[in-house]
Design a protein around this ligand. Structure first.
Ligand SMILES: [Zn+2]
Length: 387
């Protein structure tokens, strides 16, 4: 089956729900956290390890790839010739690719926006490029992630109401153009024949900055266009956390209950838990891997609250305990804080890998627990006994 989403359980209290998302490359149990593999690689973590991440050992169900980065290098046409991004990177499970909009709009000073699209300069070599909604769709179809995203404009933060409204208008026009072009060309996806005529699914993106009235207008307009799923974009860009939460809550109320809802680019482990319990089905963030590469580890204290640990600190130099005694990941089962500190201080690449593997496990375990809570069952047991 190419695409289906089924809500399995909705507890009587709270807005969270358990769901099952079926995609051409497999089934995703929601709410889900999606590790980010920007350049067709979750930085420092090999695909075989991704497949067995977390205390349950069941691994990442779905990962992200980045359209902007892969378009620039190695190029979407090369990836299409290699059979699409799944085959290129040897990842058989579901994937989602961003439209490249967010990355293009992060290149401040390097871009020019018109109604037609956006001209930008590559951060790699300064070469000039142009993305229109149609071109973004062609690139995303060539990459062949299971879920593609409409090309949208991301407004800078803070932005005035007028500026945000104008940007949102452009986003809506581009969403329709993205959809029209996608529908015409979706059968060009590299695995169309191999997967018996399955195609990608295109999600819409609600914008509207930090203005509840604009978020409402954007959600209504996108819902009219009828996408199989909806993302809430333009959040976690420096605004206070209460504002992020309010914008998510206000937008969720307006999105169809029978479609998956994806908040892009959030957040800390306690935030993803909170949003999942509000009814968000999908989230992604570079934080677990980026923090890991900087020696910042997430652990849980005795009460289960998230604590941040800087592995560089001298107090860990002779600490023979694991990062987190309550974590059943491969790193915590095997390695001490002292060894991880040594690897980090010595600049050993293995340190970056192990830190990332643990942090990703912390995120996936968080979602395992939330899914179990929403289903009213005990959380899944750890695959291996603690050492
Ligand atoms: Zn761990």
């Amino acid at each position: 089956m190419a695409f289906s989403f089924e809500v399995l359980t909705t507890p009587e209290t709270g807005g969270g729900r358990r769901g099952r998302l079926t995609l051409p490359h497999g089934v995703v149990e929601t709410p889900v956290f999606m590790p980010v593999g920007t350049a067709a690689s979750v930085k420092a973590v090999e695909q075989g390890v991704l497949e067995m991440l977390g205390s349950s050992g069941s691994g990442a169900q779905i990962i992200l790839a980045n359209t902007y980065h892969l378009y620039l290098r190695p190029g979407h046409e090369l990836i299409a010739r290699m059979g699409g991004v799944h085959r290129f990177m040897s990842w058989g499970r579901p994937m989602l690719a961003g439209s490249g909009g967010f990355q293009v709009f992060s290149l401040s000073g390097l871009r020019k926006v018109t109604a037609e699209g956006v001209e930008f300069r590559s951060h790699l070599d300064g070469s000039k490029h142009f993305f229109s909604p149609e071109h973004s769709m062609d690139v995303q179809i060539a990459l062949g992630a299971d879920i593609a995203m409409v090309f949208d404009e991301c407004v800078e933060t803070p932005a005035s109401w007028e500026r945000t409204r104008d940007s949102m208008g452009l986003t809506h026009a581009w969403a329709q153009r993205s959809k029209d072009h996608f529908e015409l060309h979706k059968e060009r996806v590299p695995w169309f024949e191999a997967l018996n005529g399955a195609t990608q699914s295109l999600f819409g993106i609600v914008q509207g900055g930090m203005y509840a009235d604009l978020r409402k207008e954007s959600a209504e307009r996108l819902v009219e266009m009828e996408f199989p799923g909806y993302a809430i974009g333009g959040l976690a860009v420096g605004e206070p956390r209460e504002v992020t939460r309010e914008m998510i809550a206000r937008t969720l109320e307006l999105l169809p209950k029978d479609k998956p809802r994806y908040v892009m680019g959030v957040g800390y482990p306690d935030e993803i838990e909170e949003y999942a319990k509000m009814g968000v089905d999908m989230m992604d963030c570079v934080l677990p891997t980026r923090a890991g590469r900087h020696g910042l580890l997430f652990a849980r204290d005795a009460a289960g609250a998230i604590v941040r640990m800087n592995i560089k600190r001298k107090e860990y130099a002779e600490d023979s305990g694991p990062i987190d005694a309550s974590c059943g990941c491969v790193v915590c089962r095997r390695y001490s804080r002292a060894y991880l500190r040594h690897l980090f201080v010595a600049g050993e690449p293995l340190g970056l890998t192990l830190n990332s593997v643990h942090n990703l496990a912390c995120y996936l375990d968080t979602m395992d627990r939330v899914r179990a809570q929403l289903a009213g069952i005990p959380p899944p047991p750890s695959k291996c006994a603690k050492v």
